[in-house]
Design a protein. Sequence first.
Length: 255
Amino acid sequence: MKALVLTSSSPRHLFFVQQAARYFEVAAVLCEEKRNYYVKQREESEVVRAHFEKNAAAERECFYDLSPDWQVGMRKVADINSPEVMQWASKCEVDVVCLFGTSILQAPWLASFPGRIVNLHLGLSPWYRGSATLFWPFADAAVEFLGTTIHLAIEKVDAGAILHRIRPTLRPAENYYQLTHRLIRESIEAFPEVVMRYLDGTLLPRAQESVAGRICRKADFNELALERALSYVGDGFTPKEIQRAERAAQCLCLP
């Protein structure tokens, strides 16, 4: 099976490429440089700046086993949706497009690879869609909604048919940074096998549940929300909160 990988430039994205190459013949990797989000919030708050520094350090620690070989031959692009990139990509003869961490793909991508673009969304769709969707379950004190979604890409953001969801096993000794990056790693490791099962017909996509969910916006992120999220988890969830969250997750009957 041949794959085209669309991703970004952080350690987790390089790990995504590395994992895809274990299962697929990677025809090409398009790497869209990560944009500098939350600039205003960082400028206005030392707490927010410290958070992003801790988050970056935790990511480097989690993805400690990156091979530098996979950075060779990656095609860096400024805009994944530019006509030049799309013209080049449309000529790629691949079985699947593995997507993680780029800008939202526009219609030409979906038309060129119908039913063949599989996205890793860092959030539990349809309950949490949009931006920073691993963060908001902490800010909402609703860790039962912490998870990721592997789904088909469609025009509506994070709304495509679901192939698989991953929820973490909560551990009392993990803080926010450790827990979220462990979940990201586990999700990336699961991704290629899920895609293979979809391609060979042993895993059928299913429509997302008809719930309103929460659309998470960058403008909603601020120091107060961050302090609320970090105080909720502390140095690790209490056994009582873990039990509550697991009971709540069971009530959702998530497949």
